[in-house]
Design a protein around this ligand. Structure first.
Ligand code: PLP
Length: 358
């Protein structure tokens, strides 16, 4: 009755929603620093665009995301044919696996990384081939050595979630050099807009050079549109063409398209969000140091830190004080906790609660 291959899947456990925690623990004020969302809310321009678009939701959405495609191609300086849109970048992970591999092929990624690569591979009957991180970073040279005929797609989250670490331009170029032609390399850059490190790779160049590279980005993080579900991929028109064959015709809803279009031109909001995260990271790192906790260097909008008890207990204790963070059990990092950078007040509340819990 049931498809046996789904039995080995551990479903994705998302960060707890604020309302649920309030209800369960009888708290009136709860802050969520668990899902790497933008604490400033959505881009105000996006909100206005959604309100304007509401009376038209009796119609099916624009199947090709025409206007957004044109606008985004100018923004990224790529051809509109280099783009594909998804119901969140999550959906594009599924589309990529379906388009470029067959059942029993291998999907390569790291062990402590975004869980969806493994889960979606398993849902599709592909074999996840996962490599331990080295110094909390993707070990690209070990991964390259282990490539074989069965590996069809490699997922590299850059910066990586949950560690916040990144692989630099030199490492990426050495990984891509002489890589077998039929391997698709996916750079999942969900946190791209928060990165200011100079040696971060400019992956769009590899797409323009005709490499088998797909870049994934999202409107869920810096643009504050996680609830609308919209992300995009950048790749050669040939690879986009294959992916289009497995994409559902109306996968991106019309409000998401309008919101994303407006959010792209809201540069003031993007800058404000970047400044908030960069300042917030400095604040949090200072306090981790004062508390004697080891924190991992992060190029994204969250920080992984080591606790002296187990991370699950610490997160549960924080939850009782109205602060939702993410324990790392599912990632095999039991002594660690991941916190998303919040507003100044949220960061202060988190530090105060953490101090008490420790
Ligand atoms: C590395 C990475 N990729 C993709 C996603 C999912 O993004 P989306 O909301 O666009 O599906 C996340 C979300 O946390 C992420 O951390």
């Amino acid at each position: 009755m049931v498809n046996n291959r789904i039995l080995e899947i551990t479903p994705y456990q998302p960060g707890k929603p604020i309302e649920e925690v309030k209800r369960q623990l009888g708290l009136s004020k709860v802050i969520k620093l668990a899902s790497n969302e933008n604490p400033l809310g959505p881009s105000p321009k996006a909100l206005r665009a959604i309100q304007k678009a509401l009376p038209k939701i009796n119609r099916y959405p624009e199947g090709s995301c025409y206007y957004l495609r044109q606008r985004l191609s100018r923004h990224l300086k790529v051809n509109p044919r280099n783009l594909i849109f998804g119901n969140g970048s999550d959906e594009l992970i599924d589309i990529i696996i379906k388009a470029f591999s067959c059942p029993r092929d291998e999907i390569m990624t790291a062990e402590a990384t975004f869980l969806e690569y493994k889960i979606i591979a398993q849902q599709n009957g592909r074999r996840p081939k996962m490599f331990p991180l080295r110094g909390f970073r993707y070990d690209l040279s070990a991964m390259k050595q282990a490539l074989n005929k069965r590996v069809k797609v490699v997922f590299i989250a850059n910066p990586n979630n949950p560690t916040g670490t990144y692989v630099d331009k030199k490492e990426v170029e050495s990984f891509l050099r002489d890589i077998p032609k039929d391997v698709i390399v996916v750079f999942d850059e969900a946190y791209f807009e928060f990165v200011k490190e100079k040696d971060f790779p400019e992956t769009i160049r590899y797409v323009k050079e005709g490499k088998n590279v797909i870049i994934l980005r999202t409107f869920s993080k810096i643009y504050g549109l996680a609830g609308l579900r919209i992300g995009y991929g950048i790749a050669s028109p040939e690879l986009v063409g294959y992916m289009e064959r497995v994409r559902q015709p109306f996968n991106v809803n019309s409000l998401a398209q309008e919101a994303a279009l407006a959010a792209l031109s809201d540069t003031a909001f993007v800058r404000k969000s970047q400044a908030l995260v960069w300042e917030g990271k400095r604040y949090l790192l200072r306090h981790f140091e004062q508390l004697g906790l080891e924190a991992i260097y992060s190029a994204a909008n969250f920080i992984l830190f080591k606790v002296n008890k187990d991370g699950l207990t610490i997160s549960q204790e924080l939850l009782k004080r109205g602060v939702i963070v993410r324990d790392m059990c599912q990632y095999g990092l039991k002594d660690y906790v991941r916190v998303t950078v919040g507003t100044k007040q949220e960061n202060e509340k988190f530090v105060e609660a953490l101090r008490k819990v420790l």
